[in-house]
Design a protein around this ligand. Sequence first.
Ligand code: PMP
Length: 355
Amino acid sequence: MKKHNFSAGPSILSEYTIKNAAAAVENFAGTGLSILEVSHRSKEFVAVNDEARALIKELLDVPAGYEVVFLGGGASMQFCMVPFNLLNKKASYLDTGTWASNAIKEAKLFGEVDVVASSKEANYTYIPKGYTVAEDSDYFHFTSNNTIYGTEMRYDPDLNVRLVSDMSSDIFSRPIDISKYDVIYAGAQKNLAPAGVTLAIVRTEALGHVDRAIPTMLNYNTHIKKDSMFNTPPVFPIFAALQTLKWYKELGGVAVIEKMNLEKAAILYDEIDRNRLFKGTAAVEDRSIMNVCFVMNDEYKELEDEFNKFASAAGMVGIKGHRSVGGFRASLYNAMPKSSVEALVATMKEFEKLH
Ligand code: PMP
């Protein structure tokens, strides 16, 4: 039986991505070689690398003055690469969860960090608002979607300083006004590809303003100047990323995908709000359309394990919440079909009837 994969990451990929990746493991682009063994300098793979970066620019409407690169080290490497390249004296950060606070920890190695607001005292169940960002900050960093807590900033903030965002878990889920940002980064393993590659979109003008020496591999310019081929890139994840990007284009682009995502999330949140057994954990106005977090209602707390087993028997995978939140988390990334969300809702309704 095909499972319904609600995992937070690595997570569901489109059938299109998986089928084409599987075929290329056998025979890549008619080369008679597997994508797993082909040279990254082969003309066939260079074409993949170039097409993937071009499609990212097309799908996200990336204006002139920006470069797209594929990097190693996961989104976590960007926590240090961003301040290495951009932080001279002071940077401002919004603390909205574990990943944001990991980014803050790294930035402190490079200069003064002003945490403009934090929702830590409420276990990150909401996005702080009404904070001010000092105009003399080198940049403002925020996590657009908090994968663990199910909160999301589905807008591009208007600020007078450079803007940096960790979009690991919601990139390609909606149109973005790239012109407001200086660096956007995202690990691939949610909305793009298997783990192993990280995407960065960098405004080239933002680089070159820090005094420190930057190690070659951690310098965005190294990768930009070599068309993202300075060293051996993660060949297979980039091939898989290209398949996902082609599928996004076929679907009609990120505006169409956003509509689908809003519809899927509404189906599940409506059930959470209706079903007497469950309740959502994130503030309603900050609810993520990518990661839907919920718990058993107080009077049904003892049913948590039972629901986990019940859902798992119905083919649901990966709905156990992160250990710091408990309960459940259903990740509804772009590749998640509406039918799987409906299957989860049907399971919740059936479980309610039993109790
Ligand atoms: N940022 C966010 C928003 C994430 O969800 C994650 C991983 N789940 C990370 C950063 C860390 O990514 P990686 O494991 O690729 O370093």
